[in-house]
Design a protein around this ligand. Structure first.
Ligand code: XUL
Ligand code: MN
Length: 365
């Protein structure tokens, strides 16, 4: 009887992604993840070096996907003509090809320009909103010229510092309008929204994946609007990152992830994956693995930051350690005793289940 129940449970929980079809995970990061160590209180502590040299590090470190801001591809893109932008993009495309790398997405960097001080798509200024849309169209052009199918919207400045400064209802309508304009501008591009609840704004307008998925469904082409979930951003919203991922996966809306970690409600830390909460990291891997995430070529993105104390040129241990930790946790998920799990769930003995998980993570029988 118990075995029958366990089998039924197995069918319900795991049959969609049999563990035998093991996903070969592919990893990505952005050039900003090999940082020079500057923070709001001090300048760079390591030598700055060009993107080309960063690209050469990807493959040897075990990464094949590159995440871009638009101006990582085309520096000073505001000052260049459309032809110049395309020319520069072509040289980056060649560079990537030479290194065997795939561009995963391009994100309009809408948080640096003077025009976006009070928001981009949701600014109170019509001229500034137009600037944001024009810049976004340039990012789409760059993505397409790289043969890349996605643009990421981290809506950094869409929010408010004081509630009374903006009409939030109109702001949400403007976000939807912008998404539709993007879908209309290019009939193939996908829009991946990366929610974050705060920083730099006090209160951001798309704080969770639920908000992003609502925008997707309300858009003119819901299939092309998805989400990118960052661990730290979910934690800053007081939410569990694995549940946020599960929500997106249940709606077939998880396009990518930014795995990292966060030690409580502080500034956005971008700590190494698993560095603050190993069990939380295990659960994110478990949810991704059980859903077969990565099986359609999706990348495991790592948005981790090197410690300021780290010395050297082009420090990368935070990336390789986070990648290795992910793969160790994949092994932990695959070697987890599902039959015993099913029995404990059937018996509703969650005390036993919790202790078994903790022992499994510690390598104890
Ligand atoms: C911001 C953040 C960004 C985006 C890309 O907190 O996570 O790195 O992921 O711009
Ligand atoms: Mn991120």
């Amino acid at each position: 009887m118990v075995n029958q129940v366990v089998e039924i449970f197995w069918e319900m929980c795991c049959s969609e992604a049999p563990m035998s079809q093991q996903t070969q995970y592919r990893f990505s990061f952005g050039p900003w993840n090999i940082s020079e160590g500057a923070d709001p209180f001090g300048p760079e502590v390591r030598a700055v070096f060009p993107h080309e040299e960063k690209f050469a590090l990807y493959r040897p470190l075990g990464f094949e996907g590159v995440q871009f801001h638009d101006d990582d591809v085309v520096p000073d893109l505001e000052t260049l003509s459309p032809d110049q932008v395309l020319k520069k993009t072509a040289t980056v495309k060649t560079m990537l090809g030479n290194q065997g790398l795939t561009p995963e997405f391009v994100a309009p960097r809408l948080w640096f320009p003077a025009q976006t001080v009070d928001g981009a798509y949701t600014s109170n200024s019509a001229a500034d909103r137009q600037y944001a849309l024009d810049r976004t169209r340039k990012s789409i052009d760059i993505a397409r010229a790289l043969d890349c199918k996605a643009v990421v919207l981290w809506l950094a400045r869409e929010g408010s510092y004081i509630r009374e400064s903006k009409n939030a209802r109109i702001a949400y309508q403007r976000l939807l309008e912008t998404i539709n304009q993007m879908l209309d501008y290019d009939k193939e591009i996908e829009i991946w929204i990366e929610p974050k609840p705060n920083e730099p704004t006090d209160q951001a307008y798309v704080p969770t994946i639920g908000h992003a998925v609502a925008l997707a469904y309300a858009s003119n082409d819901p299939k092309r609007v998805k989400g990118l979930i960052e661990t730290a951003h979910a934690l800053l919203a007081g939410l569990d990152a694995s549940d946020e991922m599960a929500f997106a996966l249940a709606h077939d809306k998880l396009a990518s992830v930014h795995l990292n970690d966060q030690n409580g409600l502080k500034y956005d830390q971008d700590k190494n994956f698993g560095g603050a909460n190993l069990r939380g990291a295990f659960n994110q891997v478990r949810v991704l693995e059980e859903a077969g995430f990565g099986g359609k070529g999706e990348f495991i993105g790592l948005d981790v930051k090197a410690m300021r104390t780290q010395q050297g040129r082009g420090v990368t241990a935070h990336l390789t350690n986070s990648r290795s930790l992910f793969l160790y946790l994949v092994e932990k998920v695959r070697s987890w005793d599902r039959i015993a799990e099913g029995q404990m769930i059937e018996a509703r003995d969650y005390e036993a289940l919790e202790f078994a998980i903790l022992k499994h993570l510690m390598g104890l029988k």
